[in-house]
Design a binder for this molecule. Structure first.
Ligand code: SF4
Ligand code: SF4
Length: 376
């Protein structure tokens, strides 16, 4: 692997949230205390060194920043107040931008004006679709109720159209994420000219990817297990919601008022609880700033939390208004819900904070591949 030196790298990293990149004097305390650092994959000190020396190519091919779950132990013990935990967080933002071939991730992470403008652009498109485009095809708001007293959601948000839109959006996001993961793989595994990994190892270790996505076992190694739990609730709630909305929309967006014990309602309630629980812990933590992991917030952290919270709240409102027969309130909250959800999916998942949902489990998988690499 060729070594690329970028004297400007340190200044560039500051734009991703790194504060004092020069405070560290390499005592190594952080690496010694880190519960997730291991032989062959030592961090955070080594990564700080690469950053300070401007070794861009080595930094880009690092998997270690993704193995850090920001427990904050290193920051608490650093004698120089260098905040290594936040340095690793900033490196994850930087790495996300290096995997993204469109260049949009870098724009979103380094310019809040740029990110807000795109969020607004997609939100306006959604509102125009509901107020102008769909009514021109005969799908419009109606104050009529179903025989059980529920709101006729399908009159203004027809399932075949919403479902087709969901699938198109999911395909775009998946294509972007997959292409970025291929670039991540190239930088971490393929580019290494000294070692190779057999196809059999790729297949044999693949289960790790699924397991780490579903359970996040590395996170549970941090001393404070509460954050693993709240993160797991948030992630499982989001995954369930995403699957029912994209794959099972006709089953989920029903006009029938189902009994309270129906599995569809319970699945929705669990997902809502999981999301609200995880969001509450993250938002209160960031306001209180008591725990190290919440003391510094980048604008992208807040944007993500605000958008996800608004998505959940408007989703709850749709449910309440729909089953209580309030058509206008349902109509307005449905548009508001989509106006937050669509930009969040299109921006946060492939380009910003939410992309770690994919990069983290892949990083664990790539780490395992690296452990089984043999000389060429
Ligand atoms: S970040 Fe702090 S603890 Fe870690 S090596 Fe540098 S000075 Fe030491
Ligand atoms: S924040 Fe925790 S997991 Fe991350 S480098 Fe520091 S000690 Fe390790």
């Amino acid at each position: 692997m060729s070594v690329r030196l970028n004297p400007d790298l340190r200044n560039e990293l500051v734009r991703f949230g790194i504060g004092d990149w020069n405070a560290c004097y390499h005592c190594g305390t952080c690496t010694a205390i880190c519960p997730l650092s291991e032989e062959g994959f030592l961090f955070p000190r080594k990564k700080i060194r690469l950053m300070q020396m401007g070794l861009e190519s080595q930094l880009e091919s690092s998997v270690e920043p993704w193995l850090c779950y920001y427990c904050g132990d290193c920051t608490k013990t650093c004698p120089r107040d260098a905040n290594p935990g936040e340095l690793m967080m900033s490196l994850r933002r930087y790495l996300t931008s290096t995997y993204d071939w469109t260049g949009l991730s870098k724009k979103f992470y380094t310019s809040e004006v740029w990110e807000l403008a795109w969020i607004l652009f997609f939100a306006i498109l959604v509102v125009i679709s509901f107020l102008v485009v769909l009514p021109s095809f005969g799908y419009q708001y109606t104050a009529e109720l179903t025989p059980e007293g529920g709101v006729k959601v399908n009159s203004f948000a027809p399932i075949p159209i919403v479902e087709a839109f969901d699938w198109i959006m999911a395909l775009i996001v998946a294509s972007l994420l997959i292409s970025n993961i291929i670039r991540m793989y190239y930088k971490i595994i393929w580019k290494n000219s000294k070692t190779k990994v057999s196809l059999w190892v790729h297949i044999r270790e693949f289960w790790l990817l699924i397991f780490n996505f579903a359970v996040q076992p590395k996170f549970s190694k941090c001393d404070d297990k509460r954050y693993w739990l709240s993160h797991w609730f948030l992630m499982s709630g989001y995954t369930i919601m995403f699957i029912v909305i994209v794959v099972y929309l006709p089953w989920f967006q029903t006009e029938e008022i189902l009994p309270v014990w129906d599995p569809q309602r319970w699945l929705g309630y669990y997902a809502t609880f999981g999301l609200l629980f995880g969001l509450t812990v993250a938002i209160i933590g960031r306001f209180r700033k008591k725990d190290v992991k919440f003391q510094f917030s980048h604008i992208s952290d807040w944007l993500f939390l605000i958008m996800l919270t608004l998505t959940v709240i408007t989703g709850i409102l749709i449910h309440i208004f729909r089953i209580n027969g309030m058509p206008m309130a349902t109509f307005i909250s449905y548009i508001a819900h989509m106006a937050v959800l669509v930009p969040m999916i299109l921006i946060e998942v492939p380009f910003s904070k939410w992309s770690h949902l994919a990069y983290r489990p892949f990083a664990v998988y790539f780490t395992q591949l690296k452990k089984h690499a043999v000389p060429k």
